[in-house]
Design a protein around this ligand. Structure first.
Ligand SMILES: Nc1ncnc2c1ncn2[C@@H]1O[C@H](COP(=O)(O)OP(=O)(O)OP(=O)(O)O)[C@@H](O)[C@H]1O
Ligand SMILES: [Mg+2]
Length: 260
């Protein structure tokens, strides 16, 4: 077991605003984490640091053994897969679905003059297949529904065979069927020991895929609780995270929550 993320006393300040406060967190290569917390809690900021796209104001962040500040972040970014709304907005709408996935091999969003070989194409098609999108390979990305786009984004983030995969709200905006299909694909990914370490940000405990192992609860930039789901995802901890009484129900590895 090796650590893929090690945060020690990470703080992020923007003006007077402290976005992350004393975050100490470690993720090992076999972990599958869920990050939960209210709007503005700092979840996306945490993912920006974990993907080497932002530096802590204070503290140490070590990603795949490389400490931010002492390393070439361009090389590190290629080793970390990230799927987020901000990245999706940069994908050209006229690009074909296959190219949207395949161009991730070079860390670009639109096809230009990079060289791809048949291995890249086969890998892109295999990933589209894994997310039920194989029949969409020739379609323009801009013509896809929100749910179809989300599945393509997750497939894209796996294209460079990352050692760590970060998914920032992958199920946001999906209908029930779309969400359940995405969760099944993530459950399969979680169960495969060839998969990278996974960290998924979500707003809903209903979106935690079966097989995820750990949870980090964040409120106002601070960790409320972090650890194995079985012990850490509790009504009490969720109530402290959301600042209101929350009642958690577990059923067959899935969860639901309501005001308690
Ligand atoms: N550059 C910045 N300058 C000032 N404040 C910022 C900056 N970037 C982010 N913030 C603030 O930091 C806080 C945390 O933002 P972040 O995007 O990490 O939250 P989040 O938990 O992902 O929220 P959401 O659930 O809404 O996506 C927010 O209050 C946001 O307004
Ligand atoms: Mg966010």
């Amino acid at each position: 077991m090796t650590e893929v993320l090690e945060f020690e006393g990470v703080r992020v300040r923007r003006g007077d605003n402290e976005i992350l406060r004393e975050v100490s967190w470690s993720v090992s290569d076999t972990d599958r984490w869920v990050v939960l917390g209210p709007n503005g809690a700092g979840k996306t900021t945490l993912m920006s640091i974990a993907s080497a796209r932002m530096f802590p104001t204070e503290g140490r962040a070590t990603i795949l053994g490389e400490t931010l500040g002492d390393t070439d972040t361009r090389e590190l970014r290629v080793r970390v897969g990230l799927s987020s709304a901000a990245l999706a907005d940069r994908i050209p709408s006229h690009e074909t679905v296959r190219n949207v996935v395949m161009t991730a091999a070079h860390g670009v969003t639109g096809r230009w003059q990079e060289e791809y070989d048949s291995f890249d194409e086969e890998r892109a098609d295999a990933l589209l297949w894994a997310f039920g999108m194989e029949t969409f390979a020739e379609r323009e990305f801009g013509t896809l529904s929100e749910g179809e786009r989300k599945r393509v984004q997750v497939a894209r983030s796996l294209m460079p065979d990352p050692e760590l995969l970060l998914l920032d709200e992958p199920a946001a905006g999906l209908d029930l069927g779309g969400r359940e299909e995405l969760l099944s694909a993530l459950t399969e990914l979680a169960a495969d020991d060839r998969s990278p370490a996974l960290v998924m940000v979500t707003h809903h405990v209903e979106e935690i895929p079966v097989g995820f192992t750990h949870v980090l609860l964040l409120r106002e930039g601070r960790i409320v609780a972090a650890g194995p789901i079985a012990e850490t995802l509790t009504s009490e901890n969720l109530s402290a995270t959301y600042g209101m009484p929350v009642e958690l129900t577990a059923n067959g590895g899935r969860f639901s929550a309501r005001r308690g």
